[in-house]
Design a protein around this ligand. Structure first.
Ligand code: AMP
Length: 173
């Protein structure tokens, strides 16, 4: 399935969750069996089987994409969640969002030293979320082999905050 048809399945929702934000709603894309499997396959092909030990999904929509990617790699899945959601000992990082600030957490024992980690989320906006997640992975001993996001809001230039990482995105605005 070509990327223009996949892009047509992303719905713009103006003024959600706050005035001035155009929310990129991926639920029509996820609900389309061809589009969903295509985006998973494109991520798997880009990074390649045998190169990833753990796939980190960022709460909440990142989980939906990261899980089938991990399955295809034969890799483990690791959740990065918002503050106070994870039950075990955590590492945490505060970061800025396109709308507000937040804290992300990962279990301290989620990755073994030197494991190769792919970070997955739905939208790259300012890059703060992805950068905070990369910092968390590195602080617990993982090696970030790449970052994959379905959508890149190029006008916010999140990419510049992620220099040095293999940043793979499928749909640009
Ligand atoms: P950022 O840290 O600015 O790159 O923001 C990325 C995170 O916020 C991702 O987890 C996205 O799910 C969410 N996000 C930011 N902007 C949008 C948007 N316009 N539409 C949908 N999700 C967004």
């Amino acid at each position: 399935m070509d990327l223009d048809r996949i892009k047509a399945l992303v719905r713009d929702v103006p003024d959600f969750p706050q005035p001035g934000i155009v929310f990129k709603d991926i639920t029509p894309l996820l609900a389309d069996e061809m589009a969903f499997s295509s985006v998973i396959d494109l991520i798997v092909v880009h990074f390649g089987r045998g190169n990833v030990d753990k796939v980190v999904g960022i709460e909440a929509r990142g989980f939906i994409i990261a899980s089938p990617v991990a399955y295809h790699f034969g890799a483990g899945f690791v959740p990065v969640r918002k503050k106070d959601k994870l039950p075990w000992a955590t590492e945490s990082a505060e970061y800025e969002l396109e709308y507000g600030t937040a804290t992300l957490e990962i279990h301290k024992d989620a990755v073994r030293p030197g494991e190769r980690v792919l970070i997955v989320d739905d939208v790259l906006a300012t890059g703060g979320t992805a950068k905070a997640t990369a910092d968390l992975v590195e602080r617990i001993g993982g090696k970030v082999v790449g970052i994959a996001c379905l959508i890149e809001l190029g006008f916010l230039d999140g990419r510049s905050r992620l220099e040095g990482y293999d940043l793979f995105t499928l749909i640009g605005y």
